[in-house]
Ligand binder design. Structure first.
Ligand SMILES: *Cc1c(COP(=O)(O)O)cnc(C)c1O
Length: 384
């Protein structure tokens, strides 16, 4: 595999050894009996779900979790044998697809469950579902009350429906709110147990809760950010490695004089005579446009500032501190924070957002380059 295969100087590199390290570390942390749902929605947070799925499933994950039907279908077309949970809701009109691809559907009303049961009977299939409980987040789920319990009981008697699991999601405001949600969820378990309805997999924890609150791991965790080496937890101990980096190369250099401006609206003007390098990436690749005035890239191991407004496909940097730079020189847009590179964490701070947003907004225009032991092993082009 050669760099010419990329067709472009801007690309995203994913270190698969680091993904493997992270999922193994999570498995070690959880022990053998906790299910690990690997959350690979949003194209595995920009890393590429199809490329990562086998690395995750072969190194400790039990289940793949996505948000939407199309994300689930993409995975099932490549890996029909991996179990895939749709954590979002699906409209009844698509239940034939849910069944065709053997996807596990999240359900939060009796009506949906009845419609899915009907489709399953029609196709002579069994539909597998997880029930969603709303313990306070107020996004999805049955509210915790008597009527909901009656409905869940009724769902458990529907033909061709198997309830594989039941889950809720934490607000993560503070320990007190977490604990209230957890206790409410446990009360659902107690009530269902008393009615002799036994659901095998109870889960509440995402990455942060899964690391910081071992008591919340229950039968399984839904791990997203930590798979990719993005740390949001505070208390727990888990040694992770960020797997993604974002790279490009200088494709044009121009000399400008003191007082001359750069990019739309001349928001930046040179104080001294300098050289400006043009880099072929912009906000359409997923680089935050609000990095304007704050962004920098790493060139020859030094931080060089992005100057002027960030364009859709390009941006410019001031070469004043790196006058020897040439067309073709590599720049690191995001690295792991070592060697003067901008980590995802730092990018999130500068762009005033969170790490998951920084990586999941990376678009499919930059090809993804996968490495093992420092060698390119696969390139994904989404436009070809
Ligand atoms: C995205 C998501 C997760 C994973 O969140 P992380 O913070 O990335 O671990 C877990 N559960 C649900 C329901 C989600 O939507």
């Amino acid at each position: 595999m050669k760099h010419q295969d990329l067709l472009r100087e801007t690309y995203i590199e994913i270190n698969l050894d680091r993904i493997e390290h992270n999922i193994r570390a999570i498995r070690e942390m959880c022990g053998p009996s906790t299910n690990i749902g690997a959350v690979v929605k949003a194209d595995a947070y920009g890393h590429g779900a199809v490329a990562l799925a086998p690395v995750l499933m072969e190194n400790g994950a039990d289940l793949l979790c996505v948000a939407t039907l199309s994300e689930g279908i993409e995975l099932k077309q490549h890996f029909p044998n991996y179990p895939v949970l749709l954590m979002g809701l699906t409209r009844n009109e698509y239940f034939d697809d849910v069944l065709h691809y053997h996807l596990i559907q999240t359900i939060d009303t009796f009506e949906q469950a009845a419609a899915l049961s009907q489709s399953a009977v029609k196709h002579k299939q069994t539909a597998h579902i997880h029930i969603k409980i709303d313990t306070g987040f107020h996004r999805l789920g049955f509210l915790v009350n008597e009527e909901s319990i009656d409905q869940i009981e009724a769902i458990s008697h529907l033909p061709n429906i198997v309830i594989d699991g039941i889950f809720t999601h934490l607000v993560l405001l503070d320990n007190k709110t977490n604990e209230e949600q957890f206790q409410l969820f446990l009360s659902v378990k107690e009530t269902l147990d008393n009615r002799n309805i036994h659901i095998p997999c109870w889960h509440i924890a995402d990455s942060i809760a899964g690391v910081d609150y071992p008591q919340y791991r229950m039968d399984g965790i839904r791990a997203g950010a930590i798979l990719y080496g993005l740390k949001g937890f505070h208390k727990g101990e888990l040694e992770l490695r960020q797997a993604i980096s974002f790279k490009s190369r200088i494709n044009h250099i121009t000399h400008i004089r003191a007082g001359e401006g750069v990019s739309y609206d001349f928001t930046w003007r040179a104080e001294k005579d300098t050289q400006i390098a043009t880099l072929p990436f912009g906000y359409a690749d997923g680089y935050p446009r609000n990095m304007h005035g704050k962004g920098w890239v790493t060139l020859h191991g030094k931080r060089v500032p992005i100057v002027g407004v960030i364009c859709m496909d390009q941006c410019m940097v001031d070469l004043y501190e790196v006058p020897e730079a040439c067309v073709g020189d590599e720049v690191i847009i995001y690295g792991d924070g070592s060697a003067n590179t901008m980590s995802i964490q730092e990018a999130a701070l500068l762009a005033e957002t969170n790490k998951n947003d920084i990586v999941s907004r990376l678009t499919r225009r930059p090809p993804r380059v996968y490495t093992r032991k420092g060698e390119m092993v696969k390139v994904s082009h989404f436009f070809l």
